[in-house]
Design a protein around this ligand. Structure first.
Ligand SMILES: NC(=O)c1ccc[n+]([C@@H]2O[C@H](COP(=O)([O-])OP(=O)(O)OC[C@H]3O[C@@H](n4cnc5c(N)ncnc54)[C@H](O)[C@@H]3O)[C@@H](O)[C@H]2O)c1
Length: 438
């Protein structure tokens, strides 16, 4: 394939070298003449393991050329990979200057091109950039439409500096955000041989997931480092602790706890986080990330409260009250906190939770509810029908196929529904349903 690559930094130079090694014809474009000179001489513009040998090899193959002429590069290729830098601006926003200027050149070149050109953005771009910012620029300068005269895609790059050739050849997956079939097929031809899944998604999801990946990596590193600081103060071996933590592939290194939902609660996580923060304070160790978790969790609960108050209704039914489906444990249940706040604002609550039976509540569970929802007895109903009968709003906090089916039977068209559990998308639920954050 004839490919132009814009931006010959870490991502662009490694892609140029690997794609040309794989037999494709490459045109490298950069605004820095020094980088182009190095590539012309068969040298690498970036310090990366294996790049010295690979650049010498591909330069000798005759399949690599370089230029500063962006428009000519588009005219001479079938597909463009955009790998220009997108650094931070002074205020923390993304500086998109390079990619915006390039979009103008690409648009002008497409205006003069007969065949539909494919433009694949590989630079990290904040969600919405390709469709809302770059597409209008390219459409206006080319006079053509995305999907007809050209095709735009977003394909996040996952290589890590230091091991980028190895990462290029063995990525975690290939993600292509695209609105049309043709560019997906061409990208499959370029990257489909890699030993990983090839996943097509929407352009925005592809843009967003790149941020999620990097944020997750940063979160993991900081988690390990905050753990190390606390361990150090306590005389515990942090490496041993983190190694044990990582050996749990059921709950820790797994998909568990990584699905959006309602705030967490219960008898363990909040109290253990509080104890961790206290321990850190006693030992003069600062753990800002762990210390911020309960506040963030609280903010998530406030979102539910704000949504309910915005509805301006008074009679609210809760389906579920315990801290998670299948238990009667009410301690630190976020649903109890939500109910408490609504009662405080004068709302009338009716509650149904098949696991919660006032007569059976004992010990800490009983005293927690006596402190937070002393009139629970008056609000609690033995059947879902009863709980929903008078309600204007239904808050769904219980998971499961059985309860979903019953809600589909019982919720009326005149009722508002706040979904905290992500009800199945195909559930034929009457009523006006809104998700918590979806
Ligand atoms: N470095 C990484 O490990 C990595 C990994 C994944 C994704 N990314 C993302 O990929 C993008 C590129 O990162 P990088 O580290 O390779 O950047 P870099 O700064 O090393 O290289 C960017 C190159 O783009 C060139 N450039 C700027 N404007 C140009 C224009 N109008 N036309 C042609 N070239 C132009 C610059 O001269 C520079 O050589 C960024 O969005 C980054 O966030 C980087």
């Amino acid at each position: 394939m004839k490919i132009s690559i814009f931006g010959l930094g870490y991502v662009g130079a490694v892609s140029l070298a690997c794609l040309s090694r794989d037999g494709h014809e490459l045109i490298g474009v950069d605004i820095e003449a020094a980088k182009l000179e190095l590539i012309r001489a068969g040298k690498t513009p970036v310090v990366e393991e294996g790049m010295v040998e690979l650049m010498a090899q591909v330069a000798a193959s005759g399949r690599v050329s370089v230029t500063t002429d962006a428009q000519q590069a588009v005219l001479d290729s079938e597909i463009s990979l955009v790998c220009v830098g997108t650094p931070s601006a002074a205020n923390g926003s993304q500086d998109q200057g390079a990619v915006l200027r390039l979009a103008v050149d690409i648009g002008k070149a497409i205006a003069a091109k007969k065949e539909p050109h494919i433009v694949v953005f590989r630079s990290t771009l904040v969600p919405g950039t390709v469709e809302d910012v770059l597409r209008p620029i390219i459409e206006s300068h080319s006079g053509k439409k995305d999907g007809e005269g050209f095709f735009l895609c977003f394909q996040p790059e996952f290589l890590r500096e230091g091991s980028s050739i190895r990462d290029y050849d063995k990525p975690p997956f290939t993600i292509v955000g695209a609105n049309h079939e043709h560019p997906v097929q061409r990208l499959q031809a370029l990257f489909g041989h890699l030993p990983c899944k090839f996943i097509r998604t929407s352009v925005r999801a592809a843009e967003m997931m790149k941020y999620c990946c990097n944020n997750f990596h940063a979160l993991k590193i900081t988690f390990a480092n905050e753990t190390a600081r606390l361990c150090d103060a306590l005389g515990v071996d942090a490496f041993e602790v983190m190694d044990l933590v990582c050996q749990d592939t059921q709950l820790n290194i797994s998909k568990a706890y990584l699905k959006p939902g309602f705030a967490f609660g219960g008898s363990c996580l909040p109290k253990d986080l509080r104890a961790t923060s206290y321990l850190a304070k006693v030992h003069d160790v600062e753990l800002p990330m762990l210390g911020a978790i309960l506040e963030s969790n609280r903010r998530h609960l406030d979102v539910a409260l704000d949504k309910l108050l915005a509805l301006g209704k008074r009679r609210i039914a809760f389906v579920g009250l315990s801290f998670k489906t299948g238990t009667d444990d009410l301690r630190e249940s976020p649903l109890v906190t939500l109910a408490e706040q609504l009662v405080g604002k004068g709302m009338e609550l009716s509650i149904y939770d098949p696991e919660v039976n006032l007569a059976r509540l004992l010990g800490a569970n009983k005293s927690f509810i006596e402190r937070h929802l002393p009139h629970l007895g008056r609000m609690l109903h033995a059947s879902l029908e009863e709980a929903l009968a008078e309600a204007e709003v239904v808050v769904v906090g219980l998971n499961g196929a059985e309860i979903a089916t019953r809600l589909a039977q019982l919720v009326r068209a005149d009722q508002e529904v706040l979904d905290l559990v992500r009800l199945p998308a195909d559930l034929p639920l009457r009523g006006r349903v809104q998700g918590l954050a979806w």
